[in-house]
Ligand binder design. Structure first.
Ligand code: GLU
Length: 484
């Protein structure tokens, strides 16, 4: 195998709210490629849009990436030799590059007011103008010249002077040759002195030594502008990998407004395991060669990683598949680990009941793990283990057969002396009730189940008795017997 050049990749979310699932999708591919090539994965916080910042959002980005096992090698918390890793802390870094572009005639000041620009857009829409975008009113004018014309503001922005012969095609490592629309004279420095995304992303990707830019396909149309900036500034271009947008089953784009699963925090709140979510995102990137390999660790994913396998038609976000994966991982992690995760889940959600005996929970978890989809599914099924008073549900009482009293009496007699492990309990009860009294198993064990758990349906009966112990089991059965 040929030696791969170490790649430097980055995920560059804007802290404008709850992190989007797309951020984790990009981070997964970034980290996989960096790991495969022995490079590094960087987290950069793109907080240049000061109006859209949401407090706490950056922290959620760190937390959710860590939760998924996708923490970066370099970033605002991790540090690294290319910091700072927050764009708002790099304003002085961008300025000289903007000045250089102005001096070289690739960029110009623009004093047009937002009212004028809105007016211009309206006009262009109304006339269905062939060429839309900024009309270059300010180009070539001094401040004094421009100030004499209408729609002037005091503080200018800086725009790119996009040449007519701007190349519109580029090579993408997923998509091959890609064509993008002709760009507008993009603003690169805003009136507040902050660079726009377009300026900052190019300068930072260059200065941070990023070799492979992995981002959503919505950025394809911006790539020609970015390539112009690379050329003008004399930087060498990175490779581009434009990932497909994740879609709902109706093929609409996943948005936080319409789909709760667009929020990365949602998965944790619902009780999905990070392993399952990560595996799910891997499957969204590309389908495995055969269904058997749908369950794959991050290490497997890295081992088989290849850009040309990535799906370019928006992968559909099928929560049923995620549920299936979650069930798989719930059963794969073992009772001790699963118990810890259940406790952590409820603690985080704020509904952990401190009266629950964790040792009992650990013994009981294997009884329900087969039927669990989410971490929150265990406790509701096991509530009967953690109560002193079993409330018999109405439907359960109504289901008791006519001979329930006889069954309970016989059962109690067995349980008073039988060795108290599930196998002996089962053998003893079967011998007495089924073989001895000739009662069908369904009727023989039903009353015992109702007495023990208060419900018609419960986790396995004999194992539950073993966990509750002889004394508690007998107490419950006698209590039911007394009401008959
Ligand atoms: N800040 C951009 C975003 O949140 C990053 C795009 C990119 O990766 O270049 O989508």
């Amino acid at each position: 195998m040929t030696e791969l050049t170490p790649a430097r990749t980055r995920v560059a979310p804007s802290p404008t709210g709850d992190p989007h699932v797309g951020t984790a999708f990009m981070a997964l591919f970034d980290k996989a490629w960096a790991t495969k090539t022995g490079g590094a994965f960087v987290l950069r916080i793109e907080d240049t849009d000061q109006n859209r910042l949401v407090a706490g959002s950056e922290q959620q980005i760190h937390d959710t990436l860590a939760w998924l096992g996708l923490s970066p090698d370099e970033g605002p918390l991790e540090g690294g030799e290319f910091g700072p890793y927050r764009q708002s802390e790099r304003l002085e870094t961008y300025r000289p590059f903007v000045e250089q572009l102005i001096a070289d005639g690739h960029a110009y000041h623009c004093w047009c007011s937002s009212e004028r620009l809105a007016e211009l857009r309206k006009e262009q829409d109304a006339t269905k103008a062939a060429r839309t975008g900024y009309d270059r009113l300010c180009l070539g004018k001094t401040r004094e010249e421009r100030a004499k014309l209408p729609g002037f503001t005091e503080t200018p922005v800086v725009r790119m002077l996009v040449p007519d012969d701007t190349p519109l095609t580029f090579t993408d490592i997923i998509r091959g040759e890609v064509k993008a629309p002709f760009p507008d004279d993009q603003v690169i420095l805003k009136a507040d002195g902050f660079p726009t995304y377009h300026m900052a992303v190019v300068v930072d990707d260059h200065l941070m030594g990023i070799t492979t830019v992995v981002r959503g396909e919505e950025w394809i149309s911006s790539t020609p502008k970015h390539l112009l900036l690379y050329r003008w500034l004399g930087f060498s271009e990175p490779q581009y990998a434009h990932m497909p947008l994740l879609r709902n089953a109706d093929r609409s784009k996943i948005s936080k407004r319409r789909n709760p699963a667009a929020r990365l925090m949602w998965f944790r709140e619902q009780g999905y395991l990070p392993e399952a979510v990560r595996n799910f995102l891997q499957l969204l990137g590309y389908p495995p060669a055969d269904d058997d390999s749908e369950v794959a660790t991050f290490e497997d994913f890295v081992e088989n990683f290849s850009w040309d396998k990535v799906n370019t038609t928006g992968p559909v976000f099928d929560v049923k598949k995620l549920d299936w994966l979650n069930g798989h991982y719930i059963r794969a992690i073992g009772a001790d680990e699963l118990t810890e995760r259940i406790v952590a889940f409820h603690t985080e959600r704020g509904d952990w009941d401190a009266a629950i005996d964790i040792d009992v929970l650990r013994r009981a978890v294997p009884l329900v793990s087969e039927r669990m989809t989410l971490l929150g599914d265990a406790l509701p099924k096991l509530g009967f283990l953690f109560t002193d008073r079993v409330e018999v549900e109405e439907t359960a009482r109504a289901s008791l057969p006519g001979n329930a009293a006889e069954v309970l009496d016989a059962g109690i007699e067995v349980l008073e002396t039988v060795p108290f492990d599930a196998a002996s309990i089962q053998a003893g009860l079967r011998e007495k009730l089924v073989d001895g009294l000739g009662i069908k198993p369904k009727f023989a064990f039903g009353p015992l189940r109702v007495g023990l758990t208060g419900a018609k349906v419960s986790p396995p009966l004999f194992e539950s008795m073993e966990i509750l112990g002889r004394e508690e089991t007998l107490k419950r059965l006698r209590a039911l017997r007394e009401t008959l």
